[in-house]
Design a protein around this ligand. Structure first.
Ligand code: PLP
Length: 230
């Protein structure tokens, strides 16, 4: 077997093929489905082969970790699009706006306010998603479904934030399809176009339910040996 870093480009190609097939099966335009390659816990040695293979859209779930590896990679490879897919603290908003092109995890007014302020200061518009706790799990990040409309209204009307879509991480022990269908319906009701949903285990199902951003890590880079961030 090849070391994980050498098999990553082949894994990427396989994931892309499966996305093509899932989009075709769902009669969806392939151009509407974006693959976010999730690089958390992996160093530049693992990421480089995938960059060299031409992939440009990546996801990290911690600001600090992203700061340690992506600025140097951005200098070497033009056109990188970096997505924050993990929880954000408001005291990290400045760094997050500086580092990332998209943030998937807005789930409370304080974060929305901090991002609005920083984007204005830095003169930068990021692509933004509201994270919805579709399983209503007590420990989990995300706004409760019934509070999503209120948070969206605050973002749009008071903060003039342009929210692109919704994001969810379904409960581990439940059927993901139910949550993807729910998020798609909520997005439609709220008039939001983008849906960030689907990971290694279920990205094809997510595409079937309308995902426009799937976030795939281990299926491309191998299993994470380091302690996975929550
Ligand atoms: C780690 C992570 C992923 C990717 O998970 P895999 O199962 O490795 O594909 C997707 N989304 C979020 C929010 C993550 O933290």
């Amino acid at each position: 077997m090849l070391p994980a870093s050498q098999s990553a480009p082949a894994n990427l190609a396989a994931v892309q093929q499966r996305i093509v097939a899932a989009a075709q099966a769902a009669k969806r335009d392939l151009a509407s489905v974006h693959l976010v390659a999730v690089t958390k816990t992996f160093g530049a040695d693992h990421i480089l082969p995938v960059l060299e293979a031409g992939h440009r859209v990546y996801g990290e779930n911690r600001v600090q970790e992203a700061k340690g590896k992506w600025p140097a990679l951005r200098q070497r490879f033009p056109g990188i699009e970096l997505h924050l897919i993990g929880p954000l603290q408001s005291n990290k908003a400045r760094e997050a706006v500086d580092l990332f092109d998209a943030i998937h995890t807005i789930d409370r007014p304080k974060i929305a306010q901090a991002l609005a302020l920083e984007m204005a200061k830095q003169g930068k518009r990021l692509k933004l998603f509201i994270e919805v706790n579709t399983g209503e799990e007590p420990q989990k990040a995300g706004v409760l479904p019934k509070e999503a409309a209120g948070l969206l209204r605050l973002c749009r009307e008071e903060l003039e934030l342009d929210i692109a879509g919704l994001m969810c991480i379904p409960p581990l022990d439940e059927e993901a399809a139910v949550h993807f269908a729910f998020l798609a319906k909520l997005g439609q009701e709220l008039g939001l176009k983008e849906l960030s949903m689907g990971m290694s285990a279920d990205f094809e199902t997510a595409v079937a339910f309308g995902a426009t951003y799937v976030r795939v890590g281990s299926q491309i880079f191998g299993s994470r040996t380091a302690q996975p961030p929550r």
